[in-house]
Design a protein around this ligand. Structure first.
Ligand code: UDP
Ligand code: MG
Length: 323
């Protein structure tokens, strides 16, 4: 039996690319008729764009019920928009693929992902085989990020962004994760089930600018590390013990020096240690504070998104409304 596929696309100020993305996906869906049911949908999640993105989504939906739209009540960022989409459709679909609006993720890989789903995999990661189209800086920072993440103990798939297929079962699993500090690529491997990867070449953005400037990227990386692992705290404890050890040795050494009468007025060394230790302390307090901040946010249990409207014409396609 053909299964139902939903594609979830978070969109923030994507008016320049949206129509092209919709067109290409429609073509893809038509070519996959034999594989997926006619209830399958393309769902655009509007992350409170400031341009005409939502108008375009509404238009697309009017023209063809294959296109659905979800409008968030305010801008919540890529990860939350994605989650809003996935959680909204999980009861309608058998599998959902998440991808970016800008056509950077190769649409061609959808076939292979769906094939893997039929082979029995619950999660299929889209992995970038090369990064030719990224600037050296982006490549360097992004690959460095994956390496640091795995060193810090976060189980993430190397060079995989948020282009992936998840089965309904995996989506149900995802819905059990209640955390507010969302870093989906770290959470999905924690769901478990059988997973595999498909490889694709990442294209250049079709049009418009990246919605992830350096500042957002750094925040995202930091979010990833602190929301997934508590290793930084352990590292601070280690650092603290080493420094404590050194200071005890220094103490012994200076007391011994005092009795031998070899001490000199050590203004420089005092200043250096005050500044050094002061700096480390502040840094440590900062990192610990970061975790406390996260606990604070988690305890509030704020909604991660609020949906303003959901355009989904399930009946128009299946013809149920004639009854
Ligand atoms: N996006 C979003 N909300 C935001 C920022 C981005 O929904 O606040 C969407 C954006 O429309 C795109 C995806 O997230 O579909 C990835 O963003 P982008 O392509 O700008 O990131 P990059 O590929 O440059 O890392
Ligand atoms: Mg992009």
């Amino acid at each position: 039996m053909r299964k139902t596929l939903y594609i979830i696309i978070p969109c923030y100020n994507e008016e320049e690319v949206l129509r092209e993305t919709a067109k290409q996906l429609l073509k893809k869906f038509e070519s996959m008729r034999g594989k997926i049911s006619s209830d399958s949908r393309i769902v655009f999640v509007n992350d409170d764009s400031k341009d005409h993105t939502w108008d375009i989504i509404k238009e697309l939906h009017e023209d063809n019920p294959l296109y659905s739209g979800i409008n968030l009540s305010r801008n919540r960022g890529h990860q939350n928009a994605l989650l809003a989409g996935l959680m909204t459709v999980k009861d309608y679909c058998d599998m959902a693929i998440s991808m970016d609006a800008d056509l950077q993720d190769d649409i061609g890989a959808i076939d292979e992902m769906v094939d893997k789903y039929y082979e029995g995999y619950d999660v299929v990661y889209g992995v970038r085989s090369k990064r030719d189209t990224d600037t050296f800086f982006k490549r360097f920072t992004a690959e460095g990020f994956y390496k640091i993440m795995s060193k810090l103990g976060a189980d993430i798939v190397y060079n995989h962004a948020d282009y992936r297929l998840m089965s309904r079962r995996a989506l149900e699993g995802l819905s059990e994760f209640k955390e507010v500090n969302l870093f989906l690529r770290g959470i999905v491997p924690m769901i478990g089930y059988s997973s595999t990867s498909v490889y694709y070449a990442r294209n250049e953005r079709f049009a418009g600018e990246s919605k992830y400037p350096l500042k957002k990227m750094l925040t995202f990386a930091f979010e990833g590390i602190t929301s997934l692992s508590t290793k930084p705290i352990k590292m601070i404890v280690m650092l603290g013990s080493v420094i404590l050890g050194i200071s005890i040795l220094m103490l012994v050494w200076s007391v011994a020096g005092f009795f031998r009468g070899t001490t000199v007025p050590g203004w420089a060394s005092i200043m250096v240690s005050i500044w050094g230790i002061g700096g480390i302390l502040i840094l440590s307090v900062g990192v610990v504070g970061e975790y406390i901040g996260k606990i604070y946010l988690e305890t509030k249990e704020r909604p991660r998104y609020i949906i303003e409207s959901f355009l989904n014409d399930r009946k128009r396609m299946t013809g149920e409304d004639e009854k």
